[in-house]
Design a protein around this ligand. Structure first.
Ligand SMILES: [Zn+2]
Length: 400
């Protein structure tokens, strides 16, 4: 290939030489276009006085199946306005080891693929890719903006395999993530209220959250007028763990003599916890058979369904009626795990009934939870929480 025939992709430079230093690698040596005056890296003005120059080696976007390296003679100019400066090159950021074209390519890929895949694809280091993505995210999502927010959703999620937690706070109406921070204590979320400011805090009318968190006290301190709402998603998840799982294990153990029946119950976790509307017809039949054969499981399954109905009540009064009916059923069930759960739920009644006034679709929190898991997988091995949090913010930019 005659290098001189390559079109010039590099404004202000021409191709001087083209070689193949290794299999699959192309190195292009550029030279300054003699017809152009270099620009000052400080003020951008044309600066004809050249002080010196230095080679810089940078990666560009792959050319077909070749890794492309550029050798660029970068000049320093004596600018009459800014003094001695490195020249400005439109396609290369100051001090960058890659072109803007490669940067844009990385930014596009990393939205679709896990970082380690992008790394393997482009032959760039994991941290190089992360830094490129992080700079883009900081520019787009780094600023806090709590303008016009009236309802909040707060949730915690596990960092690093559950050893530590982080908190995500969103605008419940636009589903925009406003803030993400490490920790799930009162102290951990205090900075959010500082950012929101006194006026912003006063504008908050409701905050949705899980029971048993430290969030409610912090909310009451900063936003005393706000109603705390306990969301359905977390309560149902808790019912699944503390009641359905418990009863299922007990029932399986009781069937020690009947191996096939025991196996059916042991395998039924998913069927019991899944939303019935999401089951395939044959799965729904399996569920019905299971419930018909096992009275305690049928009872807790019914209680799970009617528990949800409290949240779907059209108004507070009807919610209260459904709660009373549910509570009575729970106490009369005779199942220890159910009775214990119902008694623990009772002190949260106000925040449960408040959901009739401040409705929050349960899929919101489920969606956030699932999305965070995907982001965690995509960026595998986050040691950089700030970057992880930016990814979460970027995933929920909100709808207008
Ligand atoms: Zn200048």
């Amino acid at each position: 290939m005659n290098a001189m025939e390559l079109p010039s992709f590099w404004e202000g430079f021409c191709v001087e030489a083209c070689e193949e230093p290794a299999e699959g690698t192309l190195q292009i040596t550029l030279k300054a276009d003699p017809a152009r005056t270099p620009s000052c890296g400080g003020c951008g003005r044309p600066s004809p006085l050249i002080h010196d120059w230095q080679w810089r080696r940078v990666r560009d976007r792959d050319l077909l199946d070749r890794r492309l390296w550029l050798r660029i003679p970068l000049r320093r100019v004596d600018c009459l306005h800014s003094g001695r400066r490195r020249e400005r090159v439109s396609w290369l950021a100051p001090r960058a080891r890659f072109t803007r074209r490669l940067q844009a390519w990385v930014e596009a890929l990393v939205r679709m693929l896990p970082i380690q895949h992008v790394s393997a694809l482009l032959g760039l280091h994991w941290t190089t890719i992360k830094d490129i993505d992080r700079r883009r995210l900081e520019a787009a999502h780094g600023e806090f903006d709590g303008h016009g927010v009236r309802r909040l959703v707060m949730d915690e999620f596990a960092l690093h395999k559950g050893h530590r937690y982080a908190t995500v706070i969103m605008d419940a109406q636009t589903l925009r993530v406003l803030w993400v921070g490490e920790g799930n204590s009162r102290k951990a979320i205090a900075p959010f209220f500082a950012l929101l400011g006194e006026e912003g805090c006063q504008a908050i009318e409701a905050v949705a959250m899980d029971m048993n968190t430290a969030f409610d006290r912090e909310v009451r301190q900063h936003c005393p007028q706000a109603e705390v709402v306990y969301d359905l998603f977390h309560v149902v998840a808790r019912f699944g763990r503390e009641v359905i799982d418990r009863v299922r294990v007990d029932q399986a153990n009781a069937l020690r003599q009947d191996k096939p029946a025991r196996a059916v119950i042991k395998r039924s976790r998913w069927l019991l916890l899944r939303n019935r509307a999401n089951l395939k017809p044959e799965q729904a039949i399996g569920l019905d058979e299971l419930l018909a054969a096992n009275q305690p499981l049928a009872t807790v399954y019914l209680l799970k369904t009617s528990l949800k109905e409290i949240w779907y009540a059209p108004d507070v009064r009807e919610g209260w009626r459904r709660w009373r009916a549910w509570y009575r059923l729970a106490l009369e069930s005779g199942i220890v795990a159910v009775i214990r759960f119902a008694k623990r739920l009772k002190p949260y009644l106000r925040g449960i009934l408040a959901s009739a006034r401040y409705r929050l679709h349960t899929s919101v929190l489920e969606g956030v939870n699932n999305r965070i898991k995907v982001i965690k997988r995509m960026a595998y091995g986050f040691r950089d929480s700030a970057y992880f949090f930016l990814k979460i913010k970027a995933a929920f930019p909100g709808k207008a």
